[in-house]
Ligand binder design. Structure first.
Ligand SMILES: Nc1ncnc2c1ncn2[C@@H]1O[C@H](COP(=O)(O)OP(=O)(O)OP(=O)(O)O)[C@@H](O)[C@H]1O
Ligand SMILES: [Mg+2]
Length: 266
C-alpha cells in the first residue's frame, strides 16, 4: 500500500536531518504503529507522505503509494489520490477545524470534494458519520461550531471526517494525546471498531506504546529520526531488543491509568 525507501527529511536551514534513512511499509489491511519520543520525526514522516511539509524542507529517498512515486505525481493527481485513498487524523483537533464553520458543513465539504451527493443524502451521511463515532444527538451537533464541542467531541469529529470517504489508508497522528484517559479509551475502542468493520490500513503515530499494543500488529520504534527497532507487536513486547524500546515499555507500566485499565481487562 505505502512504502518508504531510505527517506531522509531536512527542514530548511537545519543542519541535522529530522528523519534519516527511514524505510518502512504498510501493507493492505495492516496496522502499523510508530512510537518514539517527542521530536523523533514521527509527524515529519506523515507530513512527507501527505506532501504537507513546509517550503524549504528537503525529502530524499522514495515514497511510493500503490506503485506511484508520490514525489513525482502532479498536485491534481495527488489531491485526487488523497481524497479517496489516504486520510489523516491530525495531531491538533482545534487547529485542524475551521472555527467559524459548523462542523456538519466541514464534513459536507470533505464529502463533496470526493463525490456528488444530494442535500438530503449529505445530511444523512453526516449524521450517520457523527453517530458512528459516538457523538450524541448528531442531528443537533452537526450544527455546532467547533468551540461548542468538548475536546473529545472535536477529536471524534476529525475522526468522522477522516473516515467519511472510506479511505484505504488512515494516518493517525497522536489521535488520543490531547484527551483524558476515559475519552482516550473510547477513541481507541472506536478506532478498533472502525478497523474491524472495514478493510483499511492504519499508520498510527504516538509516543504511547500502550495505544500501539492495543491497535497495531506491527511496531516501528523511532529515535532521533531513525528506526531503531521494528517487528511484530507480540514479538517486540515479549522480547524488546533496543534499550529505548525497553524504556518505553517500562514507562508505560508505570502509568497508573493504563495499568488500572489493564487490571479491569484481565
Ligand atoms: N516546521 C518545522 N520547521 C523546522 N523544524 C521542524 C519543523 N517541524 C518539525 N521540526 C523539527 O523536526 C524534528 C522532528 O519533529 P517532529 O514534529 O516530526 O517530531 P515528532 O516525533 O512528531 O514529535 P512529537 O511527539 O512531539 O509530536 C524536531 O527536531 C523538530 O524541531
Ligand atoms: Mg508529532
Amino acid at each position: 500500500m505505502i512504502e518508504l525507501k531510505d527517506v531522509s527529511i531536512t527542514y530548511g536551514a537545519a543542519t541535522r536531518s529530522a528523519v534519516s534513512n527511514v524505510s518502512l511499509s504498510v501493507a493492505a489491511g495492516e496496522r502499523v504503529g510508530i512510537v518514539g519520543e517527542s521530536g523523533s520525526g514521527k509527524s515529519t514522516l506523515t507530513s512527507a507522505i501527505l506532501r504537507s511539509l513546509p517550503k524549504g524542507a528537503r525529502v530524499d529517498g522514495r515514497i511510493v503509494y500503490d506503485g506511484r512515486d508520490l514525489a513525482t505525481i502532479q498536485e491534481s493527481e495527488f489531491r485526487a489520490l488523497r481524497s479517496v485513498g489516504i486520510a489523516r487524523i491530525p495531531q491538533d483537533p482545534l487547529a485542524s477545524l475551521n472555527p467559524v464553520i459548523r462542523v456538519g458543513n466541514q464534513l459536507r465539504d470533505v464529502l463533496r470534494a470526493h463525490r456528488k451527493v444530494s442535500r438530503t443524502e449529505c445530511v444523512e451521511l453526516i449524521e450517520q458519520a457523527l453517530g458512528e463515532v459516538g457523538i450524541p444527538e448528531p442531528h443537533l451537533k452537526r450544527k455546532a461550531f467547533p468551540h461548542e464541542l468538548s475536546g473529545g467531541m472535536r477529536q471524534r469529529v476529525l475522526i468522522a471526517m477522516s473516515l467519511i470517504n472510506e479511505p484505504r489508508l488512515l494516518i493517525a497522528d497522536e489521535p488520543t494525546t490531547a484527551l483524558d484517559v476515559t475519552v482516550q479509551a473510547q477513541i481507541i475502542d472506536l478506532l478498533q471498531r472502525e478497523l474491524d468493520s472495514r478493510e483499511m490500513s492504519l499508520l498510527l503515530i504516538t509516543h504511547d506504546i500502550g495505544v500501539v499494543v492495543e491497535l497495531c500488529t506491527r511496531i516501528i520504534v523511532m529515535r532521533h529520526g531513525r528506526v531503531v527497532e521494528e517487528g511484530l507487536t507480540a514479538e517486540i513486547m515479549a522480547n524488546p531488543q533496543h534499550p529505548y524500546t525497553r524504556e518505553l515499555f517500562a514507562a508505560a507500566e508505570r502509568q497508573p491509568a493504563r495499568a488500572s485499565r489493564k487490571a479491569e481487562d484481565s
